[in-house]
Design a protein around this ligand. Structure first.
Ligand code: ATP
Ligand code: MG
Length: 551
């Protein structure tokens, strides 16, 4: 596999740790919470963690950070495993944080015994008041000085279900006047009667993220715990937990900038809202930035890995242009995808001087940039479809496609000249009549005269009717202004469905096959809506972008 990490500060830390002998072997982890489907931001973290594990011949764990019973689900667990595998990575171990609940509980008892944790009866609201602000120190809870015996007894009763949800919490005893709010006696256990997808009803107390996560890392012997920047302020607490819980392994938390992309929301909570409120037709809707959505749209694992490598790892947040992702799928498919002809908005053409019943087969290259892909035969006959936009009755200057009296080249076929325009009673063009010149056949080296326009076409009788789904960004950044939410910026025109035709030799293609249609871009056969009777194509990207890509 290619090297998935370009040089970055995290790599340098690891190289240093291996050189100085601090670690003989590194262990990283990717720790998703199974409360939604993975998105392209997670892909960045996956490529980073697994990439480092591979590069330095260490281990990488896939760990489900499933300490919050309310939002988690096995459907998400399955989709996450599938997505990581699809991206091309193998975990050395698969763990569930909930398997450590016993150990976490015992470590909490250790904290209590060392007078480092106490049971507190303040309500959530009171606790907020007591916490203070960035400018003002907090106030100590009246329950802060309970005895060790009393705390042990209360915590055990919390575990045994003696109290109502929210009635009591266990808090770390750190420093109510710390300038870092995270250190002002954070809650480490809460009471919540909820059935957990892994442990069922065994527990009615659950550890909080800031307590659970460092323990999970330490239990697994993680050397480098890589997370996003918003956890920087939590690092002192992370280190406190590892130390005070007397963990043998001391992992190092390193923060990097989270991926943010233009015209995209990047949070499972928001993506779930788009699904639940029906703005999209599921987590894998081709407009979604989820890995499953990108897969259905037609992105390849290589394109996503190359994207992740290019954006790199930085210490400050910034927004990446979504067109950069488009660039990498174009690059990946350029030599892989067959180039073929598809008509999105058909207009019938009759070649009046072509014999009625004749069908001839013409030779076409499958990919002029990759001749190994060979040739195919496409039928040509008296009736064809061309693109509506390739004909104009009254064209402006510099329009080189078909118009009355003008001659163009049909890709892989002949020159045709437009002679007559047929209209219905409302004046709409229904078909156009042309003549072809047999001398101009493609591949025969005809040099008699030149035409300025080349257009694509499909033979009408054998054409395969298909649906093309064309996409625009789901979120319009430019619609965002004060007081608006991301839902107000959902693009109501993000999906357009058109009924067109493709070449007859495409009738046996299957979901996930990818093609370049001349002039229209790259397309993928949809996995959800393609049936025995109907092929549905998702446009992955158009051919060109206005994006100036920095090399
Ligand atoms: P979300 O807010 O979308 O739910 P999260 O951070 O809560 O994201 P987790 O499941 O907890 O999601 O994340 C698993 C890992 O993926 C974490 O290590 C997290 O730092 C990383 N991650 C999540 N979002 C991004 C992102 N946009 N860019 C880079 N890494 C990310
Ligand atoms: Mg989360």
């Amino acid at each position: 596999m290619e090297n998935n990490t370009s040089s970055n500060f995290i790599r340098n830390i690891i190289i240093d740790d291996l050189e100085t002998g601090k670690h003989k072997e590194i262990i990283t982890r990717f720790p998703p919470e199974p409360n939604g489907y993975l998105h392209i931001g997670h892909a960045k973290s996956i490529c980073l963690n697994f990439g480092l594990g591979e590069e330095f011949k260490g281990n990488t764990n896939l760990r489900f950070d499933d300490t919050n019973p309310v939002k988690e689900d096995t459907e998400y667990v399955q989709s996450i495993e599938e997505d990581v595998k699809w991206l091309g990575f193998k975990w050395d171990n698969l763990y569930f944080a909930s398997d450590y609940f016993d150990e976490m509980y015992h470590r909490a008892i250790l904290l209590i015994k060392n007078a480092k944790a106490y049971v507190c009866d303040l309500s959530a609201e009171e606790m907020r008041e007591y916490r203070g602000t960035l400018k003002e120190p907090g106030k100590e809870s009246p329950y802060r000085n309970r005895t060790v015996e009393e705390n042990l007894d209360l915590f055990e009763r919390m575990k045994n279900g003696a109290f109502k949800d929210g009635e009591k919490v266990l808090r770390a005893k750190i420093d109510m006047s710390s300038p870092n709010l995270n250190m002002r006696d954070p809650v480490i256990y809460r009471i919540a009667r909820a059935t957990h997808h892994n442990t069922g009803d065994k527990w009615c107390i659950y550890p909080m993220y800031d307590y659970a996560h460092p323990l999970e890392d330490a239990i697994e012997g993680i050397t480098h715990s890589i997370c996003t920047l918003e956890f920087e302020d939590h690092r002192p607490l992370y280190d406190w937990v590892v130390k005070e819980c007397e963990m043998e392994c001391v992992p190092r938390q390193i923060e990097f900038a989270r991926l943010d992309i233009t015209n995209t929301v990047m949070s499972k909570r928001k993506l779930k809202q788009l699904v639940d409120e029906g703005y999209v037709d599921g987590w894998d809707d081709p407009r979604m930035p989820t890995i499953s959505g990108l897969r259905r749209r037609g992105f390849t694992p290589e394109s996503i890995r190359n994207f992740a490598k290019e954006i790199g790892v930085a210490k400050n947040n910034s927004k990446v242009d979504s067109q950069m992702l488009d660039h990498f799928i174009r690059e990946d498919l350029k030599l892989k995808a067959p180039r073929t002809m598809g008509i999105l908005r058909p207009l019938k053409v009759v070649i009046t001087n072509y014999p009625e019943d004749k069908v001839e087969m013409l030779e076409a290259e499958n990919n002029p940039e990759n001749l190994d892909m060979g040739n195919r035969e496409i039928p040509f006959s008296r009736e064809l479809y061309i693109e509506q936009e390739d004909f104009m009755e009254n064209p402006p200057k510099k329009y080189f496609r078909l118009f009355p009296g003008n001659e163009v080249r049909l890709k892989h076929a002949y020159f045709i000249k437009c002679n007559e325009v047929i209209k219905d009673e409302n004046g709409n063009v229904t078909e156009i009549h042309c003549t072809y010149d047999i001398e101009t056949k493609s591949g025969t080296g005809f040099t008699g005269r030149k035409v300025k326009g080349t257009i694509h076409w499909v033979e009408a009788k054998n054409a395969v009717p298909v649906e093309f789904r064309l996409y625009e960004p789901l979120i319009l950044d430019e619609d965002m202004e004060e007081g608006k939410t991301f839902i107000d910026c959902v693009n109501s025109k993000s999906l357009e469905r058109v009924q067109g035709f493709v070449e007859p030799n495409m009738k046996d293609i299957k979901p996930q096959d990818k093609f370049q249609f001349f002039r229209h871009g790259y397309f993928n056969v949809d996995t959800k809506y393609t049936t025995e009777d109907k092929i549905v194509f998702n446009r992955i990207v158009s051919l060109k972008s206005s994006f100036a890509f920095k090399k």
